[in-house]
Structures are given as structure tokens and as C-alpha cells.
Design a protein around this ligand. Structure first.
Ligand code: GDP
Length: 444
């Protein structure tokens, strides 16, 4: 699971505060050490970790007693706020040119997913009604040009190519002319990626940038490279001047160092993230949601948004309300499960479901199977049992019947019931903290 290790590392910190009545200078020493360790293990850059831990401790000691809120929950809230700040606070939107085509120049080292991002970005903007054109500027690898042409076809966006004999800055000039002639809204240019930064790469980018006068210059970086990604963003910004970064491969088992370090280290925001190999797997970077995920809350908002794509509007709103109020029963569970099944990319969606965040990409197939099993068991429940999960929690007889009717073991049914309740406890605890409201008595 994305950031799984970081999440459980942070959990260690909260757990040390169980049973405490108030946060003090003394009792936060251990938890702060855990937080520090968790962040370093996630490959967050050291100066960033230092500043972060300092900011959190300063606030924690001063916060005092809040009625009905446990100290561990107070600390979660402070860490949540600081994580959001660390990642830039607000979502950083793409800018568009006031007149003429908006030009987006993409740079990045080889293999980070730059060519894929070109097509994903065109696909993303096309869905917003923009008229896009891709430009093949990686003249050193004919295969990169072919790849861009294929991906362009796949998303239904024209690709401007001029072979490998023309200089990238000249390709840029021609492409821009063509875009103006054809009333294209957005020009996205792919550039050559090298294995490492070198002078000719930077010079070429500078030249292309001069010709294009782009609205956005985005550096594509791989989340798996951790704080190295943040260092790259800094270097590219100093060398050519960039407007932001795109973080790819967040669906893999990246540890979080890149997402948490880029803004603080380079001063440049992450604007978009790639979360898979499909053309649909690109989305804005939401610092608050990312912080929520890191804290193990699951990405409820992203999930609901995804669900909206496949569910009717009212259904999705109702689902959101139910999750928030924790009035969530097996009917909702089933609805959600089915919606999820229709959503395709299981890895990502599973990570978003609160309490199911422990699934790794390698277990996707397994997860798909277990969703089928769950579905069968819920179908074997009476309408009343689906609405009142506590009936099953209280009655082994009912669980046995469900097991028999669905052809599963009693243990599997018990697990399903426990899972639903676990999810609710977790949601209640964390939602209370996020909204700053009173915390329900439920606890683990
Ligand atoms: P480039 O050399 O930077 O142009 O990289 P490519 O676009 O050719 O991508 C390299 C590999 O990374 C390809 O196999 C892509 O499918 C894969 N890739 C790109 N973005 C993502 C992502 O967000 N998640 C995953 N899992 N794979 C990605």
C-alpha cells in the first residue's frame, strides 16, 4: 500500500499517548521521536523532518486540554495540519494562457513516466473540453516518438512529429505555428529524458523554453525516488525555471519522501500525480487528502469522487453522508463494493477505502476475489441483518446461517462483520479529529 510503512510508523506515535490525559513536554518526547523516525524511514529529507518535528512539538505542548478530545487525537490533528502545510496547503491548479494556446513543457529524466504523462495530461485536459496537441520532442529515441504517437491515438489527440533530424527548438517553433493555425487550446511538448542531468539536456530545454514561452514548465519525477525527486525539482528550477512538478508512480510502494519533500525543499508545488499506467490515472495533487491517506484515514474524498463517476449523484452524496456519520451498513458496503468493482483500477481504489488500506498492489487479484466472497456473504444476509450489522455481531447463530447460505466458513463471516466495525471505529475516530468536533466514545 502507498505510504503504508509511514502510516504504521506514525500509529506507533499515537499509541504511546493512549491513557494520557493531556499533552505535555515530557509525554510527547517519545511520540515525537517516533514521528521523526517514521518520516526519515519514508525518505523525507532531513531538514524538512527537523522543521516538521519542531513545528508539531511547539504546537502540541501549547494546546492544553480540550474536553472530549484525547491527547493522541490532538496530536493526530496537529500532524494532519502540518502535513497539509508541508505539501503546500491548497491544491495547485494548472495555469492557462489568457490568449493563444497554453503551452505546457514537460521535462524529466528517462523512465520517470514523462511520455505517459504527456498523453495522460492531454486526456485529462480533453475531458475538460480543451483542444489539445502533443509534440514529440525526444529526438534521440525514435521509440519515444512512436510511443507518443500510439498514446496520442489512444486518447484521440493529434501528435506533431518532425522526425529525429530536426532540432527540438525548431520542432517547438513549427508545432506552435501549427497549433495557432489549427486553433489548438493546449500544446503539450515532450522532451528528451537522459539517464542523469547533463549540460546538453539543460541547454536544449532552455532553448525550447525560449521558443515556446510556456505557461507551465513541469518536471516529471518518480515518487519511488524519494527525496531525490525533491532535489531534482530544485535543480531543474534553478537551471531552467519551472512552475511545478508531476509526481508519477504513486500507486507503487513509494514511501512518501517525494510527496512530502518536493514543496518544502524546492519551493515548487506538485501539481498533478500519476497513480497507474492507464490514461485515466492522472489527477490533481490534493495536500489535505494526501495527509488524510498518510494518517491512514483512507482517501475518503477521492473515493467518493471516483464513486461518483459510476454512481448516480444522489447515491454518491448519500454514501458520503453515511461514511461521515458512520451510519454505514452492509447495504452501503455492498453498493460500495459493486461500484468499486466497476471502477477498474482496484489497487488505487482499495487504498482509498478506510480500513482496507493494508492491501498491496501484489494482492490485487486476491482482493478482487475477496470482494466477490464478501458480495456472496452479504447477499446471504436478510434485509434486516444488512441494515443492522450488530445483529450479526451479536449472534453466532445468524453468522452460521449466513455462512451456510453463502457456502463460506463462519470464520469468514465473522471477519467480514469485524471488518465493517473496524472500519467504522476508525472512521469515527479520525473523522472526529479532522472536523475538530467531539470524539465519539468508540475507541480501540
Ligand atoms: P519516460 O521515459 O519518462 O518517457 O517514461 P515512460 O512514459 O515511457 O514510462 C516508463 C514506464 O513507467 C512505463 O512502463 C509506464 O507505463 C510506467 N508508468 C508511467 N507512469 C506510471 C504511474 O503513474 N504508475 C505506474 N505504475 N507506472 C507508470
Amino acid at each position: 500500500e502507498m505510504f503504508g510503512q509511514l502510516t504504521s510508523g506514525l500509529e506507533t506515535a499515537w499509541n504511546k499517548l493512549k491513557g494520557e490525559e493531556v499533552l505535555t513536554k515530557e509525554n510527547i518526547v517519545e511520540p515525537m521521536r517516533d514521528i521523526r523516525r517514521a518520516l526519515l524511514e519514508a525518505d523525507v529529507s532531513l531538514p524538512v523532518v527537523r522543521r516538521f518535528v519542531q513545528a508539531v512539538s511547539d504546537q502540541a505542548v501549547g494546546v492544553g486540554l480540550i474536553r472530549g478530545v484525547r491527547p493522541d487525537q490532538q496530536l493526530v490533528k496537529i500532524v494532519h495540519e502540518e502535513l497539509v502545510k508541508l505539501m503546500g496547503g491548497e491544491v495547485s491548479e494548472l495555469s492557462f494562457a489568457k490568449s493563444g494556446p497554453t503551452v505546457i513543457l514537460l521535462a524529466g529524466l528517462q523512465g520517470v513516466g514523462k511520455t505517459t504523462v504527456c498523453a495522460k495530461l492531454a486526456n485529462y485536459l480533453k475531458k475538460q473540453g480543451k483542444n489539445c496537441m502533443l509534440v514529440a520532442g525526444d529526438v534521440y529515441r525514435p521509440a519515444a516518438i512512436d510511443q507518443l504517437v500510439i498514446l496520442g491515438e489512444q486518447v484521440g489527440v493529434p501528435v506533431y512529429t518532425a522526425g529525429t533530424e530536426v532540432k527540438p527548438s525548431e520542432i517547438a517553433r513549427q508545432a506552435l505555428e501549427e497549433a495557432k493555425r489549427k486553433n489548438i487550446n493546449i500544446v503539450i511538448m515532450d522532451t528528451a529524458g537522459r539517464l542523469q542531468i547533463d549540460k546538453s539536456m539543460m541547454d536544449e530545454l532552455k532553448e525550447v523554453k525560449k521558443v515556446l514561452n510556456p505557461t507551465e514548465v513541469l518536471l516529471v519525477v518518480d515518487a519511488m525516488t524519494g527525496q531525490e525527486a525533491a532535489a531534482l525539482v530544485t535543480t531543474f528550477n534553478l537551471e531552467i525555471g519551472i512552475t511545478g512538478a508531476i509526481l508519477t508512480k504513486l500507486d507503487g510502494d513509494s514511501r512518501g519522501g517525494a510527496a512530502l519533500s518536493v514543496k518544502e525543499v524546492s519551493g515548487k508545488p506538485i501539481k498533478l500525480v500519476g497513480r497507474g499506467e492507464r490514461m485515466e490515472d492522472l489527477e490533481p495533487f490534493y495536500p489535505d487528502r494526501m495527509a488524510g491517506r498518510i494518517l491512514g484515514m483512507g482517501d475518503v474524498l477521492s473515493f467518493v469522487e471516483k464513486a461518483q463517476e459510476v454512481m448516480r449523484q444522489e447515491d454518491a452524496e448519500e454514501l458520503q453522508k453515511k461514511i461521515m456519520s458512520a451510519n454505514f451498513d452492509f447495504n452501503d458496503f455492498l453498493k460500495q463494493t459493486r461500484a468499486v468493482a466497476r471502477m477498474g483500477s482496484m489497487t488505487r481504489v482499495i487504498g482509498m477505502i478506510p480500513g482496507m488500506g493494508k492491501v498491496t498492489p501484489a494482492q490485487v487479484r486476491e482482493a478482487e476475489k475477496s470482494l466477490k466472497i464478501m458480495e456472496g456473504m452479504i447477499e446471504a444476509m436478510t434485509p434486516e441483518e444488512r441494515e443492522k450489522p450488530e445483529l450479526l455481531a451479536e449472534s453466532p447463530v445468524r453468522r452460521k446461517r449466513v455462512a451456510q447460505d453463502s457456502g463460506k466458513t463462519e470464520q469468514q463471516v465473522s471477519q467480514l462483520v469485524a471488518q465493517l466495525f473496524q472500519m467504522l471505529v476508525r472512521m469515527k475516530n479520525l473523522m472526529g479529529v479532522m472536523e475538530g468536533g467531539s470524539i465519539p466514545a468508540l475507541s480501540n
